[in-house]
Design a protein around this ligand. Structure first.
Ligand SMILES: *Cc1c(COP(=O)(O)O)cnc(C)c1O
Length: 383
């Protein structure tokens, strides 16, 4: 989700993600909200931060929301609250953004890479079982599983929670791309022991800089997270009860987030209309993404699969339509991560998807006209 250029909207260009169209709608309200922060001057942990935490909690039903400085920090802080470190195995997909693997690696823990399912792109429970067997042979402590809700759709939490529990592990949901989606009637933020999300500008719910949040129902974990967020601070600034970091969300970003939260339901509905239109227009020529029964997606990406993906990319480029490949190089193949274990049987689905996936323009303000041009160009590439 990194190099998603956010081109300004004009009638002829199709934007991959169009933040300017959203600004045209709520920019004046957002500017006023930012101006209020500038006037009161409470830049760190100001009233907007508390209000954003309250509204995020109310939205998903989590008991505690701890806002923080980024999605990566959210994952790191969650692992720190659970005291994950050297000798600990943390299971996660290789087909994800680097941050998921980076967080355990920063703390000296061992990421263990698990394959994904070909139709939903998220963690394969059978591969997870095989990865656990590998970890047991190496003598690592089984610590945690990090399912990723890739491209906006929830991972299979019932299956993954059951496996984790059977092995004494806790589950950390990486909902950086999926906050706002539902898993079998439950909102993300309540589907794992602890959930992390990101408010990076191009995520479905973003701010105008870096930001993130952590969700949990557990009082003790929430208390530890609040300590970790401010240098392990205890009752006052002179008492340090654990090792922490500078992990706070800032008031200006919270003010932006609050304005975006007010229209988020409408935007999620618009994304679903667009996803349905893509599926109707493309399902006979490429593999379109599948949403699990009883679940919803917020469509952080609309990602199709085709053995002729490079031809699709070239044709769309010739039509001035931007596309992106998430992710062309699985994490377990990247130099800093090559030494870490993978599930036995390898990661064949991950390696094939890296060759075959391509993400099309997706944002709530994509018009039917513009989308028609994208669909026509994909079809033209394949005749
Ligand atoms: C974006 C992202 C993150 C990291 O979020 P930042 O706010 O950019 O640090 C983590 N995991 C996944 C799956 C992401 O897409």
């Amino acid at each position: 989700m990194r190099d998603t250029a956010t081109a300004p909207s004009d009638l002829s260009a199709v934007a991959f993600i169009d933040l300017q169209a959203q600004r045209a709608r709520i920019g004046a309200r957002m500017d006023a909200a930012i101006a209020r922060v500038l006037a009161h001057g409470g830049f760190i942990m100001g009233p907007e931060v508390a209000e954003a935490e309250r509204k995020l909690a109310a939205r998903c039903g989590a008991k505690h929301v701890i806002s923080c400085s980024s999605g990566t920090t959210a994952i790191v802080m969650a692992l720190m609250a659970y005291e994950v470190g050297r000798g600990d195995a943390v299971f996660l997909p290789s087909f994800t953004f680097t941050a998921t693997a980076e967080a355990p690696a920063i703390l000296g823990a061992t990421p263990i890479f698990v394959d994904v399912l070909p139709d939903t792109f998220d963690l394969d429970p059978a591969s997870l079982e095989r990865a656990i067997a590998v970890a047991k042979q190496t003598g690592l402590r089984l610590a945690s599983v990090i399912p990723v809700d890739l491209f906006g759709q929830p991972a299979d939490y019932d299956a993954i929670n059951a496996i984790a529990k059977a092995h004494g592990m806790w589950v950390l949901g990486d909902a950086a791309q999926s906050f706002g989606a539902h898993y079998k009637g439950r909102a993300l933020g309540t589907c794992a022991d602890i959930t992390a999300t990101s408010f990076y500008p191009s995520k479905p719910l973003g701010c105008y800089g870096d930001g993130g949040a952590i969700f949990t129902d557990d009082d003790e974990t929430a208390k530890k997270l609040r300590q970790v967020r401010v240098h392990g601070q205890g009752h006052d600034r002179n008492e340090n009860v654990r090792i922490g970091l500078t992990g706070r969300f800032d008031s200006i970003q919270a003010a932006v987030l609050l304005e975006k939260l007010a229209i988020f339901d409408e935007e999620c509905a618009a994304r679903n209309v667009i996803a349905d239109r893509y599926a109707a227009g493309l399902r006979d020529v490429v593999t379109v993404p599948v949403v699990r029964d009883g679940c919803s997606s917020v469509w952080a990406q609309y990602t199709i699969t085709s053995p002729r993906r490079d031809r699709i990319a070239a044709t769309l480029k010739a039509h001035q339509i931007p596309t992106a490949i998430f992710y062309p190089k699985p994490i377990h193949t990247q130099p800093p991560y090559r030494g870490f274990p993978v599930a036995s049987g390898g990661l064949p689905v991950t390696e094939r998807l890296a060759q075959d996936v391509i993400s099309l323009p997706m944002h709530p303000y994509l018009t039917a006209d513009a989308q028609g041009r994208v669909i026509a160009a994909v079809r033209a590439a394949l005749v």
